[in-house]
Design a protein around this ligand. Structure first.
Ligand code: GTR
Length: 325
């Protein structure tokens, strides 16, 4: 019996090693976040599903920590097919794909639940489909929590406190206008440059969710965090259309389904990480302002909607999101 068990274990080991080395295709997937971050782990999980469902043929290797470049550049590389897959915020797509501006509008979603309902349904599918003419296949949306302002200078207790301050935003014109709308100045720059820019005083702060504020270390140089929650901008997992076109229809379906099936795991990891980061940073001395009146912020965003929601497609999307319960 003992021998049999040992033999079974050995065989299982051989089978596993066989599967691990049998990858015919390994997709290179980019992520700006460090190893262990929910998005990185969710794509690895998708890789496991893919490997299982393709009898070990299709694999994913996640290049975390911006090893393949900052988001804007890595998106171009994905369009060219140099990078196979990319997990990115919708923000850096705003200047390229009009439809991605809608879920990136400040205060468009009433809550994370509202965002999930919208992005899991027809509207989300319409936005995923909008990637195709830009040489990308939209596979699934991931969570990015809600983003709020943090800075190195002072606690922001009302919109007036933001007057004249300088904040980094993602490379999207929409976010530049969003910051101007609340009376501050925006500097678009890659994520990797934010820490030193705050440290050297080039900017006063930035805006992000709890897990990114934590993992980027920005809290070390900007300890005032105000939960105005101006954005609930989803993140997206895309595949290069070049890579996609090289797959059989059957493999395309396996990829699509594995991406979809990684979403619940991503949301589980996200919820855990959000709670962990919040507790960690509060213990580290971050000063959080929670009782902020969001109404003036919401009202101030009207010119942003007027400037960006101009085409019929976007007007329709905004109206449908607002009508979604
Ligand atoms: C994070 C997001 C990243 C990146 C970053 C940023 O929340 O997950 O994809 O967009 O923010 O601000 O650049």
């Amino acid at each position: 019996m003992k021998h049999l068990t040992t033999l079974a274990a050995l065989l299982a080991g051989v089978a596993f090693a066989g599967a691990a080395t049998a990858c015919e295709t390994t997709f290179r997937s980019s992520d700006t976040h460090p190893d262990g971050y929910p998005t990185v782990e969710a794509v690895k999980y998708m890789g496991q599903l893919l490997q299982e469902r393709s009898d070990g043929r299709l694999c994913i290797e996640v290049y975390h920590s911006a090893q393949l470049g900052e988001e804007k550049d890595s998106i171009e590389q994905t369009q060219f097919g140099v990078i196979d897959m990319n997990r990115v915020s919708l923000g850096p797509f705003n200047n390229i794909i009009e439809e991605t501006q809608v879920p990136s509008l400040p205060y468009i979603f009433r809550s994370v639940d509202h965002m999930h309902t919208v992005m899991d349904g027809e509207i989300g599918q319409q936005i995923l489909d909008a990637f195709t003419p830009h040489d990308l296949i939209g596979l699934a949306f991931y969570d990015g929590g809600s983003r709020s302002f943090y800075n190195s200078q002072k606690p922001i207790k009302s919109m007036a406190d933001l007057e004249g301050m300088k904040f980094r935003v993602m490379q999207s014109d929409l976010f530049v206008d969003m910051v101007s709308a609340v009376g501050a100045n925006a500097t678009p720059m890659p994520y990797g440059e934010v820490y030193s820019s705050i440290q050297t005083g080039v900017i006063d702060g930035a805006e992000n969710n709890w897990p990114s504020y934590d993992s980027s270390g920005h809290f070390e140089v900007a300890k005032y965090y105000t939960l105005d929650q101006h954005l609930i901008v989803p993140e997206v997992l895309v595949m290069s259309k070049r890579t996609w076109d090289g797959l059989s229809a059957e493999d395309q379906e396996i990829v699509r389904q594995a991406a979809r099936d990684s979403v619940p795991e991503m949301r589980r990891l996200w919820a855990e990480q959000e709670a962990r980061s919040e507790a960690k940073l509060e213990a580290a001395g971050v000063e959080v302002v929670t009782d902020i009146d969001k109404t003036p912020f919401i009202e101030a965003m009207e010119p942003v909607y007027e400037k960006y929601v101009t085409s019929d497609v976007l007007k329709d999307l905004v109206a449908r999101i607002q009508a979604t319960e």
